[in-house]
Design a protein around this ligand. Structure first.
Ligand code: ZN
Length: 418
């Protein structure tokens, strides 16, 4: 019998991740505040754990005292005005430290010990636009021109595990504006991506075997950069004007596929996969790269009808990697089901503007990532057979919200920061 998701969750984040102590270490720079930083932090974490879509929604929970029974009795909880004030000066380093500690603990608990795809640890990168606005309202705004009018926006490069659940976010790096430039265009996504890989490596060493990225990274400097870290790069190719595409297609044209196999991942559908693979030269890459073309035909088992045909091209440094493994990597990244980036945007509202303030928006993003990771760990590491039971994450979250109201804290778990 279900003993209550909320209690199980509170017990998990207290016992395994010592969340109360971690929250206690967080700081902001408000002076003489009646409401403590830890009370703000708890409110934000619970809010994001139950997947709030706006700060108005968070304030609704706070106004109705819905989090009251989850925190120490004497703790005075904030309203949203105080939360916003706190976020403006919140120390982001502290949040990053808490985030890293959760990842390190998961590693100690042998998460991803067997890799995420065929024994390999696979990390995907993606540039996520957080929000855009017609008004510049902070000093870190990036800007672009649309219909001759400036549009201000913020963007972050996010790294997350793909393949086996849970899909934890490993880190994020905000794109910086280029203040000295007259164009105000901001740095390129790849510059932020490099900073992210470098900092993840410094903190977690060999955190991945494979780094998968979209067509923006289809260039020699990126391939060489990933090789420096002894990781394999897998990069999507889209532009058929590139020399590597012309060279590869010239070779593939006259021959049958190098491998073909069937995949049956849906009841009435078979995907027939053909793959062509060749090592070719790429200007600026010392040992050249491997170009792979996958052709996929989805067939209805009952009628024999072709329901979908598609092609995907990649380049990779992994010259000996099994073609089926490479295809799994691509599908884990771009497949519709369980796509980490789609989930972050659609279900966890990563692309919603919670607040537009240079420090506040990054602090908010870090709270969201910490809450997201804790919930993913809870679903896949603590709840038994979560995936097999075919429950949606949102359904469990709805249940947790219902349980908050009737929760009896006496003798039960709370987020204890004392
Ligand atoms: Zn801004």
């Amino acid at each position: 019998m279900n003993k209550g998701y909320l209690k199980t969750l509170l017990k998990y984040i207290s016992n395994v991740h010592d969340l109360g102590k971690k929250i206690n270490s967080l700081k902001d720079k408000r002076q003489n505040s009646i409401i403590k930083t830890k009370a703000v932090a708890i409110s934000l974490l619970i809010g994001f754990m139950v997947s709030i879509r706006s700060f108005n929604k968070l304030d609704d929970y706070l106004e109705n005292k819905d989090f009251r029974k989850l925190v120490p009795k004497k703790m005075k909880l904030p309203r949203i005005g105080t939360v916003r004030e706190s976020l403006k000066t919140f120390e982001i380093d502290g949040l990053v430290r808490v985030h890293d500690e959760i990842l390190k603990k998961s590693k100690q608990n042998k998460l991803y010990r067997d890799g995420t795809i065929d024994g390999l640890k696979v990390i995907a990168l993606d540039g996520v636009e957080l929000f855009s606005s017609k008004n510049k309202s902070c000093c870190n705004c990036l800007v672009r021109v649309i219909n001759e009018k400036p549009q201000y926006y913020h963007k972050s490069v996010v790294a997350g595990y793909v393949g086996t659940d849970p899909h934890l976010v490993m880190g994020q790096e905000m794109l910086k504006p280029q203040k000295d430039s007259s164009s105000y265009k901001g740095e390129g996504e790849l510059t932020a991506a490099r900073r992210l890989i470098k900092s993840l490596y410094q903190k977690h060493h060999q955190f991945a075997d494979v780094i998968v990225y979209d067509a923006i990274a289809c260039n020699a400097p990126w391939i060489n950069f990933i090789k420096e870290y002894n990781m394999e790069a897998v990069v999507r190719v889209k532009d058929d004007r590139l020399n590597i595409v012309k060279d590869a297609f010239g070779l593939f044209k006259t021959r049958e596929s190098d491998a073909a196999w069937d995949v049956r991942d849906k009841k009435n559908k078979i995907t027939r996969v053909s793959a062509w693979s060749e090592n070719i030269d790429m200007a600026g890459v010392k040992d050249g790269i491997r170009f792979v073309k996958f052709k996929e035909t989805v067939i209805d088992v009952k009628t024999g009808e072709i329901t979908k045909e598609s092609e995907i091209w990649i380049i990779t440094t992994a010259k000996n990697m099994n073609l089926e493994t490479l295809r799994k990597i691509i599908h884990a990244r771009w497949g519709i089901e369980n796509n980490i980036f789609r989930q972050l945007k659609n279900q966890w509202h990563m692309d919603h503007c919670f607040m537009h303030h240079e420090n506040g928006l990054e602090a908010t993003l870090m709270f969201m990532i910490i809450a997201f990771n804790l919930m993913q760990l809870f679903f896949f590491r603590r709840l038994k057979n979560f995936r097999i039971r075919k429950l949606l994450q949102i359904e469990i979250i709805e249940r947790i919200i219902l349980e908050m109201v009737s929760y009896i804290s006496e003798g039960n778990y709370i987020i204890d920061t004392t």
